[in-house]
Write a new protein. Structure first.
Lengths: 198, 198
């Protein structure tokens, strides 16, 4: 006895990641209670985003322009490219406001299980960019997962004749992390990569 | 360095119940990846829902018509009205396909803390409906919370001169529930309301 329009809305909401049928119903009710404040602006924002957002032809970031704002920004350092798996990782790094170079979004990791090979990721574009004379350093900022590290090793192979320095993020104890709760792998890495007090 | 359109989308998504800034970013990325399959249909569904869905003038349910589908359905039993707090509760009861009477959605519970009095809920409309000669029974199906039960007692007072039988949902052990995990209140109620094996 739920109206067709509400039913369609619940069905579409339940397709979002992490949202099941129960959450979708709760969301739909909450949205319908706040018609002018939320549902219409959200509808418009989704439409706007779908119409204007595109993938950057250089780094595969999402932005309203292509090349994206980061690739166009003349104030950023052309000599460094940071490789990330997903756009969410790029956003995470940007929030730190520490890195001022360029990015390259792979769009995933190599995965034999999921049948994702090098040709499914943005690797050819990366190799092309790495061969540019201006590029001095490539930072591999992939996740510290098995797939992420496999992909990192593959990238090191592909980049070895490109005349760039290839670096990776430090592994170790997270800031604020308690040793007691850390997994053995992290502790071993942190021990092996220990450094002298400055 | 996130585009304005994406930023607006994330901001609006983070206003949804149970969705914080981190989930909103993940949702936005997932939506942007599925432009044609998800983002445009969702935008359209939200707009449709905002434009067509209204509150039923009789029972305060949400539907595309007013009176709503349930109030208009000639096959349903006019002599019984089931009082629920929220539309979500009405949906839950409808999913059981057992109740075939009418509903009345209060829109909340009385709450001294939140300053919600009888005039903020759909109580006048309910009393008017209860005075109709055709109505024989009113089922109070409010949540078994302190506010829900306070409201139930208030409703019993208001309805006592309306010449209707006022009933409430049974309290007891949930079907499939293990005694060991039940709170004392539920167990006491279940003991006191024990019934003979049929």
């Amino acid at each position: 006895m739920i109206g067709k329009e509400i039913d369609t809305l619940i069905h579409l909401l339940s397709k979002l990641p992490g949202i099941g049928p129960r959450s979708a119903r709760r969301l739909a009710l909450q949205l319908l209670k706040q018609k002018d404040h939320l549902i219409l602006p959200l509808s418009e924002a989704l439409k706007q985003a779908a119409e204007t957002v595109k993938t950057c032809e250089i780094c595969c970031n999402l932005d309203t322009t292509s090349p994206c704002g980061i690739c166009q920004d003349a104030a950023r350092d052309d000599s460094t490219i940071c490789i990330v798996e997903q756009i969410g990782d790029l956003w995470a790094l940007e929030r730190t406001r520490v890195y001022r170079g360029r990015y390259h979004v792979l769009g995933g990791t190599l995965s034999a299980l999921d049948n994702i090979g090098p040709e499914d990721l943005a690797i050819p574009g990366l190799v092309k960019r790495a061969k540019d004379d201006g590029v001095k350093e490539i930072i591999i900022a992939l996740n510290a997962t098995v797939d992420g590290q496999t992909t990192a090793h593959y990238l090191i192979d592909r980049l070895q004749y490109c005349n760039v320095k290839v670096t990776r993020l430090a592994h170790g104890v997270p800031v604020g992390g308690a040793l007691d709760y850390l997994d053995d792998g992290t502790l071993i890495t942190a021990l092996q990569a220990r450094s002298a007090f400055a």
